[in-house]
Design a protein around this ligand. Structure first.
Ligand code: HEM
Length: 461
């Protein structure tokens, strides 16, 4: 029996290899959080510190030694100290021979030093191999384990060293992108200093449209009533005007998500190939479609909330009660109260389309989240984003058309000869839907599919 136990123990020892030991220089927030995450992922961690006996609380299970001792014990060393303190490494460079140093540092401003931190580090310790990377991870994300699928960048001269770091990063759940040699280090160090780079264009478009439509509607609705009828309805700025601007911007932005796809398809049809690059502006536009859609969803959300508070507004209740009183007085005199069936159909249809459009819009937004989109196959994802996306655009556009169906031909709609906001906002979605219809024509669709499968019209023979 005892023999059996012993052989079982031996088997277990053979099955579970000794965990790899990794070293971290720096016991600040980033160093501690990285150590915590590495320990959780099954690594052993040793910290190198200037004051090993008084360096504050460290993750449970980690060892702490002097820099020299710690460097000797591991092959992979994470440098979690500021560039200003790198010089101490020159005094222990004899222990760094052949070691991989992962430089996680960032700067407070772009390009404040003549050379990138990682290049400087490599110059200080030429005997070691420096890999720049993981610098886009925050201590907070490491501490809370928010790493699954997150993309990190690496660069360095040695493929072997990069592979060692990539193996470790993959084990933490990260997705690694190799950016090439150490000359890319400056680009990597500038990444964390960018403020919402992918959101800049969508937010600028949204703000531009909001400002334009706000002032346009302010002049048309509020200032017009004051100048022409001496009627002060400035209170409408708070809800009515906002509840016009929000859906208008939402609808235009939603259509701007689908316009570049149609433009790109016409480019491919015109050129007869998919192998030529699109112009830069189109590339940029296509890359920010997801952000554009999320901003549009935010505006649609505001529209839905503003719409549901309409019945509790004082001005609306007052108008309703006055209408009822007028109705009763009229009835007492001559005319009976008429129910307009067409009007009822119109309002019910436009409200129903709004709700349906909003539901599909939320569905599109949800599937664009990496955690949801990641669980779908490519076919499912493209079905939702493309087919359902165009359907959403169609339904929301129909909501707008039916809202104004009886006002398009009335001259009183065009105050100071200007069309109302909803008419203007229907232009871009209508263009996108017409372009999409053209692309769906069998002869066009067939050619486009062939081009996308690699066929070229003017292929050299
Ligand atoms: C206007 C309801 C979703 C686009 C309106 C109006 C209502 C309404 C009551 C008239 C507002 C007014 O008279 O001031 C709803 C409901 C929705 C919904 C209940 C879903 C919960 C959407 C969505 C879009 C949209 C998703 C497009 C993205 C529009 C547009 C107008 C409008 C363009 C015309 C704005 C104007 O007066 O100039 N909607 N809607 N709606 N809605 Fe919606």
């Amino acid at each position: 029996m005892k023999e059996n136990c012993n052989s079982l123990n031996l088997l277990e020892m053979a099955a579970a290899p000794e965990p790899e030991l990794l070293c971290i220089f720096g016991t600040g927030d980033l160093g501690r959080s990285l150590g915590f995450r590495l320990l959780q992922s099954g690594y052993k961690v040793v910290y190198g510190s200037r004051r090993p006996h008084s360096c504050g609380p460290l993750p449970q299970g980690a060892q702490v030694m002097t820099h020299e001792e710690a460097a000797k014990s591991a092959d992979l060393i994470f440098v979690c100290v500021h560039r200003e303190h790198y010089e101490f490494l020159t005094s222990i460079d004899h222990c760094l021979q052949g070691k991989v140093l992962v430089d996680l540092s960032n700067n407070l401003k772009k390009d404040i030093y003549p050379e990138a931190n990682a290049v400087y580090l490599q110059r200080l310790v030429p005997k070691a191999t420096v890999v720049k990377g993981l610098n886009t991870l925050s201590a907070w994300a490491l501490q809370n384990g928010l790493l699954a699928g997150k993309q990190v960048y690496l660069c360095g001269e040695s493929e072997e060293a990069k592979q060692a770091v990539a193996r470790m990063a993959t084990k933490l759940g990260l997705t690694v992108l190799d950016k090439g040699s150490l000359s890319a280090a400056r680009e990597l160090e500038n990444f964390p200093l960018q403020l919402f780079p992918d959101w800049r264009l969508p937010l600028s478009i949204a703000l531009g449209l909001t400002a334009f439509f706000f002032f346009y509607l302010l002049i048309r609705d509020v200032i017009y009533a004051y100048v022409e009828k001496n009627n002060d309805i400035s209170y409408r700025i708070m809800v009515s005007l906002t509840n016009k601007v929000c859906p208008i911007v939402a609808l235009i932005m939603l259509s701007l998500c689908y316009l570049p796809g149609a433009v790109a398809a016409f480019f491919q049809l015109y050129r007869g190939t998919k192998y030529r690059r699109f112009p830069n502006w189109l590339d940029r536009w296509m890359l920010c479609r997801k952000q554009m859609g999320i901003v549009a969803l935010g505006y649609a959300f505001l529209h839905a909330i503003y719409t549901f508070i309409i019945p509790i507004r004082y001005s609306v209740r007052h108008k309703l009660i006055s209408a009822v009183v007028d109705e009763v007085q009229q009835k007492n005199k001559t005319t009976p109260f008429d129910f307009d069936n067409t009007e009822a159909w119109g309002t019910d249809s436009f409200l129903s389309l709004g709700i349906l459009g909003f539901f599909l819009f939320v569905l599109l937004g949800l599937t664009s989240l990496p955690s949801v989109g990641g669980s779908l196959s490519w076919r499912e994802f493209s079905f939702i984003q493309s087919k359902l996306g165009h359907l959403t655009l169609f339904i929301c556009t129909a909501h707008g058309y039916i809202y104004g169906w009886n006002k398009f031909l009335s001259s009183s709609t065009y105050k100071w000869y200007t069309p109302p906001g909803y008419m203007l906002c229907l232009i871009v979605p209508s263009v996108v839907l017409v372009l999409k219809l053209l692309l769906l024509l069998p002869c066009v669709d067939r050619t486009l599919t062939r081009i996308r499968q690699g066929w070229e019209r003017n292929k050299p023979k």
